[in-house]
Design a protein around this ligand. Sequence first.
Ligand SMILES: Nc1ncnc2c1ncn2[C@@H]1O[C@H](COP(=O)(O)OP(=O)(O)OP(=O)(O)O)[C@@H](O)[C@H]1O
Length: 353
Amino acid sequence: MAQLSLRGIKKRFRETEVLHGIDLEIGDREFVVFVGPSGCGKSTLLRLIAGLDPITDGEFVLNGSRMNDVAPSRRGIAMVFQSYALYPHMDVYENMAFGARLMGLDKAEVEQRIADAARMLRLGELLKRRPRELSGGQRQRVAIGRALVRKPDVFLLDEPLSNLDAALRSEVRLEIARLHREIGGTMIYVTHDQVEAMTLADKIVVMNNGRIEQVGSPRELYETPANTFVASFIGSPRMTLVDVTRDGDRLGVANGGAVAVGAVPDAKALKLGLRPDAVHLTRGAAEGFAAQVVYTEYLGDNAYVYARLADGTLLSARTTPNDLFAPDETVTVTVAPGAAHFFSAEDGRRLSP
Ligand SMILES: Nc1ncnc2c1ncn2[C@@H]1O[C@H](COP(=O)(O)OP(=O)(O)OP(=O)(O)O)[C@@H](O)[C@H]1O
């Protein structure tokens, strides 16, 4: 059982504050993913939870007990690092046994836990190998196995897939999802890859510049991003964001036509947000935004067209592979009814119609 509360957490390294007051609740058995651009403070927050660095200000409470001054080994938390951090001179079995023995478990219990972890992670054949005799994916599984044998209440995983190639990455990603279902522990996972975040998380925490921008399920973040940062960070290709002016029930782009999008919020300065599947491109002079095709990405089952709006904004649109456009073609952009997002052009906050 593991319930985590982060309350007003701040972190300073000498003069520089890198976390500016993080408030977050994590429930038992939840799979929580921290995402955000490089340097936003994801790893720092994970290290504070693990106890590897001291918390400057605020409180970390685990199952009702304040953890700020509790030693890492006494928190019931295990961390899997990006670099694996395996002991090179020990074989796989010894790597996994080491931490379990430090906990004072007897020999039979250690053996049983390693057998269980080896089965779950399919490491049975590899127990006598040294780390250098393993592939990247196998090493990663050993690193996870080493955390598993400690039976922690909370698993922390810091970019665990970043050293793997694309094929292996999706394989290990599926294994981590399965493991979470099987062991049912609370997992906190750091990545800057929004696809990993979307596919693994019950709850995504989007971070930026040492602050939380939004917390929600993958669907909530995709469908109702709280601001332009989340809107453009979640979803691939990213949401097009363009400044528009109101002209009755239509929205216009500077020098570039106008389009009806349904209900529009009442605000002075509006930014319109369009996912690639919210727009439709046509040839010829229908009513809509004028745009010029820059390039097309053909992906087999579908295709994306990137086109420049009159104000210079690059728009992405999903089309079918049978509906490709050539570079420099002039197109007209229309918007599916009810599919537009709106944000304040002043502070980026989401506006409802
Ligand atoms: N030990 C340290 N001393 C000083 N500054 C640090 C230290 N560790 C991290 N920082 C700074 O804190 C900020 C957050 O770093 P952190 O590693 O948490 O980011 P991140 O979101 O995990 O990034 P990445 O995705 O690149 O790993 C960065 O500006 C970094 O330079």
